[in-house]
Each structure stands twice: as structure tokens, then as C-alpha cells.
Design a protein around this ligand. Structure first.
Ligand code: ADP
Length: 225
């Protein structure tokens, strides 16, 4: 088992609700190594909150997050940062590439905290950029690329530390139909060739239908569809 969430609850302060706004309510889920999971649900149902908790960017109020049997709520902040950088890749709706860095530089940013291994990382960057069709654009800056091209670079950046888990929050939400298909294909390719597990929040039926497990998040719980 790669990831195990047990009885996760999260409540936000909301001035309109005395008791706070319950977003996740004793939610449990499991993700196997290499599994593909889609999370659907209406806007405001807590999908991003759930993804942020899985990605250790937010902590739950109660409940445990286990990763490879290790309880990650118990890690120190620096242990958590190290764990996140090594084990989890993130792709967001907007690519969040740094405008002042070219394609290769952007892709290598997550590798900078680790000393050594430069040659391997440079080779992996070349390999991955080739596979997403962006190697010929490696010296361009984000401002010189289309939205779909930026998202392909963002996907490579998410994969550069060879994570076991890739979290994607509406990865095709800002793209047109052709690019939705291209990013969907590339996510599947990374899953099958790199064995990375995918947890994808999406409104796209086309993307969701390629996932092995589809959940709907509603009223703080997940339901299998
Ligand atoms: P989704 O991704 O499904 O659209 P979110 O997880 O972004 O949903 O948000 C779920 C609910 O929690 C929303 O009503 C949102 O306003 C609220 N929320 C999210 N983050 C915070 C926060 N940091 N403080 C207060 N309320 C929040």
C-alpha cells in the first residue's frame, strides 16, 4: 500500500458558521503503488483540500496519513519537506513555471536541494523532455510557450525526482480539447512507464475515464463511482 488516509477530518473557520465549515469528515482512502485515481466533485466540495493533505501541504485536524506504512503526520517540518520533495510530484491547473528560468532550468529546480547526481538529473531531464516533445524547446522561457507546452514542462518538473505519487489538481482545467488529450496521454504514459501512482482532481470526463478508480467527493466523504 502506497498511501493510506484514515478518518481524516478538516474544518475551516467560517464567520458564517459558528462551529466552522466541515470540509472533510472522517474520510478514509487508500492508494496502491502505481494506481490511478480520479477525484470528482462539485466546486467547493474539498477536492483541493484533500489533495493538499495527501501532498502534506496542509495537515488534517484529526486522522492519520500513512505513506509506505510510515505516519507522515509525525515528521518534523524539515523531514516533511524532504519527504515531499522526494516522494511526491505536483501538477496544478496553472503551470507555475518560473518566468525568468528557461525550460531546462525550470525542470531542474526540484533537484537543486540535493547535492550530487547532477549528471543523472540532467540526463533524466533530457529523457523526459524528449518524451513530452519539449526537448527542442529547452532554451525557451515560459512566456515563449503555449499553455499546453507549459503544462508538459510542468509535468516533467513534477517527475524529475521520480516520485512514487503524482498529485494533479485540475491539470487540464486551463487547456483546450487537443491539449487535454495530450496531457491525459502523458499522465498515462508516466503512470505506465515510470510506475508513478496518480491522484487526479478533474472536471474532465475524458481524463477521469482513464483512471482505474473514480471517487466522488461529497459532504466530506468519498464515494466510489
Ligand atoms: P474544491 O477544490 O472542491 O473546489 P476546496 O478544497 O478548495 O474545494 O475548498 C473547500 C471549501 O473549503 C470551500 O468552501 C472553501 O471556501 C473552503 N476553504 C478552503 N481553504 C480554506 C481556508 N484556508 N480557509 C477557510 N476556508 C477554506
Amino acid at each position: 500500500m502506497l498511501l493510506q488516509l484514515e478518518n481524516i477530518s478538516k474544518t475551516y473557520n467560517n464567520p458564517l458558521v459558528d462551529t466552522g465549515q466541515v470540509v472533510l469528515n472522517k474520510l478514509s482512502m487508500e492508494v496502491e503503488k502505481g494506481e490511478r485515481v480520479a477525484i470528482l466533485g462539485p466546486s467547493g466540495s474539498g477536492k483541493s483540500t484533500l489533495l493538499n493533505i495527501i501532498g502534506t501541504l496542509e495537515s488534517p485536524d484529526t486522522g492519520t496519513v500513512r505513506y509506505n506504512e510510515q505516519i507522515i503526520n509525525e515528521l518534523t517540518q524539515s523531514g516533511l519537506n524532504h519527504f515531499r520533495n522526494r516522494e511526491i510530484g505536483f501538477v496544478f491547473q496553472l503551470h507555475h513555471l518560473l518566468p525568468q528560468c528557461n525550460v531546462v532550468e525550470n525542470v531542474l529546480i526540484p533537484t537543486l536541494v540535493d547535492k550530487g547526481g547532477r549528471k543523472e538529473k540532467n540526463e533524466l531531464a533530457e529523457n523526459l523532455l524528449n518524451r513530452v516533445g519539449m526537448w527542442n524547446h529547452r532554451y525557451k522561457y515560459p512566456g515563449q510557450l503555449s499553455g499546453g507546452e507549459c503544462q508538459r514542462v510542468a509535468l516533467v518538473r513534477a517527475m524529475i525526482n521520480q516520485p512514487a505519487l503524482l498529485l494533479a489538481d485540475e491539470p487540464t482545467g486551463a487547456l483546450d480539447g487537443k491539449n487535454v488529450g495530450a496531457i491525459t496521454e502523458l499522465l498515462l504514459q508516466m503512470n505506465m512507464e515510470e510506475h508513478v501512482a496518480l491522484v487526479v482532481v478533474t472536471h474532465s470526463d475524458a481524463l477521469a475515464s482513464t483512471m482505474g478508480t473514480i471517487y466522488e467527493l461529497s459532504e466530506g466523504h468519498l464515494q466510489k463511482k
